[in-house]
Design a protein around this ligand. Structure first.
Ligand SMILES: [Zn+2]
Length: 222
């Protein structure tokens, strides 16, 4: 893993930057798909991990949440409106995606349900970051913001890769995986307005260019 900012590490992965997992001090943020188990445990070996938090309850972020929390004996936190999805069997799925895709995700990606120890709300604190409610891509999507050095961990509100083609660059998350695209756009504008010095995405390379982020959201439909 590599350190992007003080105490903020991005786990390595293959393909690089495809599905991102971060270790922020002793908090693991997101947990990839169910296939990420070796990747995670190999890289966090020997490090203190006391808490696991999610940006949102989608199969490519909560896949290893259960196994990580069980094996390390640590609590799971996520956005309040994503708690039902995380805790309910079959709760993690994309209502707009075709059935075959949901079945494939269930088979290879989606992790089992897990109890949420704390429902995160706007203004809560996680590892020195402030929780921001940024719904749209999921009902309870949250971002983590550290004002002191302007570091933002924003999950899938904006992707820095086209997740369907693998081509790098800023994109809205696909409508197929986004229950409320208009609401997600409002969340994207809110985050870009923070002018993060470093933006850490759920998908795509980290970005140290607040102007590029601002330009991107200004081009989104109203
Ligand atoms: Zn994702």
């Amino acid at each position: 893993m590599r350190e992007l900012a003080e105490g903020v590490f991005q786990l390595s992965g293959f393909p690089r930057n495809a599905i991102n997992i971060y270790l922020v001090d002793d908090v693991l943020i997101d947990a990839g798909t169910r296939q990420a188990e070796r990747r995670i445990f190999k890289q966090i070996a020997g490090r203190q991990v006391s808490l696991h938090a999610l940006t949102h309850a989608h199969p490519d972020h909560q896949g290893c949440s259960h196994v990580v929390c069980e094996r390390l004996g640590i609590p799971l936190w996520c956005g309040a409106d994503d708690v039902p999805a995380v805790e309910t069997p079959g709760g993690v799925f994309n209502p707009k995606a075709p059935g075959w895709l949901n079945r494939a995700e269930q088979r290879w990606w989606t992790g089992p349900p897990h109890p949420v120890a704390k429902a995160l709300r706007e203004g809560d604190e996680v590892a020195g970051f402030t929780v921001l409610d940024v719904p749209g891509h999921s009902r309870g999507h949250v971002a983590f913001w550290r004002e002191s050095d302007r570091v933002l961990i924003l999950g899938d509100v904006i992707n820095n890769v086209n997740v369907l083609t693998g081509r790098p660059g800023l994109n809205e998350p696909p409508a197929m995986f986004t229950p409320d695209p208009a609401r997600n756009r409002a969340s994207a504008r809110r985050l870009a307005a923070l002018r993060p010095a470093l933006a850490c995405f759920g998908h795509g390379a980290p970005l140290r260019d607040p102007d590029m982020l601002a330009d991107f959201v200004s081009g989104l439909p109203a």
